[in-house]
Design a protein around this ligand. Sequence first.
Ligand code: PEP
Ligand code: MN
Length: 341
Amino acid sequence: MIVVMAKDSSAEHIGEVERRIESHPGLKAQVFNGIERVVIGVLGSIPPDLKDEIELLTGVLEVVPISKPYKLASREFHPDSTKVVVGDVVIGGSEPVIMAGPCSVEDEEQMVATARAVKASGAKILRGGAYKPRTSPYSFRGMGIEGLKLLKLAKEETGLPIITEVMAPEDVETVAEYADILQIGARNMQNYTLLDRVGEINKPVMVKRGLAASYEEWLLAAEYVMAGGNDQVILCERGIRSFEQYTRFTLDVAAIPVVQRMSHLPIVADPSHSTGRWYLVTPVALAAIAAGANGLLVEVHPNPDLAKCDGPQSLTFENFDALMQQVRSVAAVRRSPVEVT
Ligand code: PEP
Ligand code: MN
């Protein structure tokens, strides 16, 4: 259920609505200050008479029940698309935002060279993993805090904001000191302790879709973060498991327009992990942009053959530059979208 406040409602009116909601055991009020209006989300199991009780309070315009299990993440709750702002980068605005960099941070030279190259080609955010979820415990699992320091250095050199994965609840505070966006990896999409923890911070969080997660499960993972009070959430379609073995995963391109109907949150696509092969990254990336993705997450490495992680799906600087030129063309076509009624 959401409570829409009238335009002329005062802070006292809003406070009273919050107090009344929270006087019911187990209910929590979450206030969102939109551009046009203040909306209060009611979280918890709603008693039958609550709608009538709240509707009578001064300053309340209307009370709208929300039918979906995810509330704060739903379009019903927030009809306007959310824009997540990182410095002067807007994710969810009119231009797709490209996040690029190596799978994992390896050394200073690799990070700084990649940051410079992807920036020159038009990337707006630098990626790089310091804590790596690996299928085998014997694979390279990331540099940890030393990796975070190298990301910071690359940011200082180029000005590019950083996105990096956090795997453990106890690392959230440290990663948040270095990162501009915290990434929740596909394998951790249902790590509810971790989702709760990133819900408490004041930094954007990107939630990657689980390997076998439905749209609803994915949006409920975003809901965890939002229910903690963090409304700066970005979704990332990174491919799901299918029977096909040629590609690493299968990018669900329909997820982009479907999730944009279900939710107000921005959605980006990861053509690297979904394909697993560098020569499939550009066509799949362009498909995602054409489908309306708000951005891309692309793996780029100075020398993919020597990469410690995910070399086969990493683009060289030259191939990334070529990708960016084509992204700009497709994004320009998309600016005049076909209305579907
Ligand atoms: C990554 O982006 O570095 C990553 C490990 O991706 P995913 O969680 O989608 O496998
Ligand atoms: Mn990777």
